[in-house]
Write a protein that binds this ligand. Sequence first.
Ligand code: DAK
Length: 257
Amino acid sequence: MEFIKVTPQARPQVALIELNRPKELNALNLQLMQEVAAALKALDDNDEVRVIVLTGSERAFAAGADIKQMANRTAIDMLIVDQFTVWDQIRKTKKPLIAAVSGFALGGGCELAMTCDMIVASETAQFGQPEIKIGVMPGAGGTQRLTRAVGKVRAMEMVLTGQPIRADEALRAGLVNRVVPVGQYLEEAFRLAASIAEMSPVAARLAKESVNRAFETHLDEGLHFERKNFYLTFASEDQKEGMAAFVEKRKPDFKGR
Ligand code: DAK
């Protein structure tokens, strides 16, 4: 891996992926995105890992797709490179994925954070879709996920003016889970990850799928999907363990089976 660092056990059962192109503010070139997708797939397949944290540096989570790589491309070049495949792979991660964001999360950087399941931000984080300033528009979910997260009028302003919002505004708008001082954002993300890693991995996977379904379907179909996944949890040893532990007044020991 040239542009990322992967630590499968950064904390017990919690893996860390660090974007590592500091001079370019973690600009997302195709190779970096392919490395992230490959790392997520490997961690998804690793039974020792229950939750994944994705972070950048204190100065920049990621300042967007690599403008220098894209500058001279034609529409057909973009079509042939087909970066969507790699973004789709990232979106299909089965384990809970938390973005720990500090500094710039712009363009593709904001979209990458929003592709994660939750966002822990430092006070210095800023989220924006500045593509309009370079003559294009968001291409990896910025008009869709941002609108769902912060609502139409705020998303419209961000996408049409390119102006970012600060972490506190992102918190008020419902884009991020929490904002903490800059020295603490990664630890806070690990804390959140650890609290999820204690749960049944089977239930977490089915619950994640079900929450995501809410964005892809209408209520009746979503409730049906949720119900099936709820029944499915009763096929797991973790359900027996979780309920037995409650009755016996002890802490459950979930195995992910
Ligand atoms: N691409 C390439 N290099 C970048 C970059 C980027 N997005 N952002 C920063 N850099 C580089 C700068 O060029 C500079 O390199 P050198 O000049 O030193 O070689 C270095 O990082 C440090 O940046 P600055 O000197 O500019 O640092 P400042 O603190 O002055 O400013 C900044 C920081 C983040 C405000 C500024 O760098 C900036 O405005 N960056 C561009 C932000 C931006 O416009 N982002 C959106 C890019 S478009 C898709 C998937 C995704 C996308 C599209 C399609 N598909 C699946 C098809 C996404 C598109 C985008 O994100």
